[in-house]
Design a protein around this ligand. Structure first.
Ligand code: C2E
Ligand code: MG
Ligand code: MG
Ligand code: MG
Length: 291
């Protein structure tokens, strides 16, 4: 029976492998033409400063408007793009689009820090530094209006090189955020070794922040840590005014999430910007004795 089931397992495995590699080939071909056809689209989600009531900036989140499969979220195609070596193609496209957009907004008097997500795979060589430099050059965007969001996957392959590459990005004058902070393995060590400006508190903390004392303590601990390292904190995944109030109460005032706006195409993001009304009176003012 063991032999039998082993055989079956092999069969299933084999069929899976076949399907996967076919699928992979299909995605690869599709992705190349998708970029040419303009199917890769940039969505924008605001990052709001609830203390100054200004929109600090936005995160660019990529979408694939697939002719057959509809609107695809990045989790459905970025992993394939990473496997097949196509992720630079997408990320460079996003970087250039983001710089062009940020420059356009800047020229209209909107100073927004526009942040892009970079795959950890870029940190195996220096090409991404050239891509960032080139995008700033051709668009004329001052580097302090561009941000990059990295996860700790950056350091998986070759830490020495990755640390150098991150340093070179920093030297360009680009803001660097550590994404998904708090869910990884040794993020504390990364905070010491890499020149981050911002940590992004992972949305898994925010979802527990009103109900779980443990998430509350962890979040407050991260706030203290960030303060002592002079890092800004952006909370991601803020979905309610109660969460926003709580976060502001622990001095976390850069917020992002569906409560403000889900990621949206340029036109919708711009109309949200135009109608953005800061709340009239901050509710938790009294608990900030030091301003
Ligand atoms: P991330 O950078 O951590 O992005 C945050 C994710 O949370 C986004 O998912 C966003 O749509 C979602 N989100 C925002 N606000 C809320 C909220 O209030 N509640 C909940 N439940 N979710 C919220 P999305 O757009 O599906 O992106 C998933 C991941 O794909 C990103 O995680 C990022 O790692 C990656 N990604 C996105 N764009 C790019 C890109 O251009 N290049 C690369 N390499 N990766 C990208
Ligand atoms: Mg991100
Ligand atoms: Mg994140
Ligand atoms: Mg993520």
């Amino acid at each position: 029976a063991a032999k039998e089931s082993g055989k079956n397992q092999y069969k299933i495995f084999h069929t899976d492998m076949e399907a996967t590699s076919k699928h992979r080939l299909m995605v690869q071909n599709d992705l190349r033409s998708a970029i040419k056809q303009g199917e890769i689209q940039l969505y924008y989600q605001p990052q709001v400063n609830v203390r100054s009531h200004e929109v600090y900036g936005c995160e660019v989140l990529v979408r694939w408007r697939h002719p057959k499969h509809g609107l695809l979220a990045p989790d459905l195609f970025i992993p394939h793009a990473e496997e097949s070596g196509l992720v630079p193609l997408i990320d460079y496209y996003v970087i250039e689009g983001a710089c062009r957009q940020a420059k356009e907004w800047l020229d209209e008097g909107l100073d927004l820090v526009v942040s892009v997500n970079l795959s950890g795979l870029h940190f195996r060589d220096r090409k991404v530094v050239d891509a960032l430099r080139r995008a700033l050059d051709i668009t004329g965007l001052p580097p302090n209006y561009l941000g990059v969001e990295l996860t700790e996957a950056v350091l998986i392959s070759d830490s020495e090189l990755a640390i150098q590459v991150v340093g070179e990005i920093k030297d360009l004058g680009i803001k660097i955020s550590l994404d998904d902070f708090g869910v990884g393995y040794s993020s504390l060590n990364y905070l010491r070794t890499l020149p981050f400006d911002v940590v992004k508190l992972d949305k898994s903390f925010i979802s527990g922040i009103l109900t779980s004392p443990q998430d509350q303590r962890l979040t407050e601990g991260i706030m203290n840590l960030a303060a002592s390292l002079q890092l800004d904190v952006v909370a991601e995944g803020v979905e309610s005014s109660e969460q926003a109030d709580y976060l502001q109460g622990i001095n976390c005032y850069l917020l992002q999430g569906y409560f403000f706006l889900p990621p949206r195409p340029k036109a919708e993001f711009e109309s949200w910007l135009a109608s953005w009304q800061p709340p009239s009176t901050p509710k938790r003012n009294l608990i900030f004795p030091f301003g």
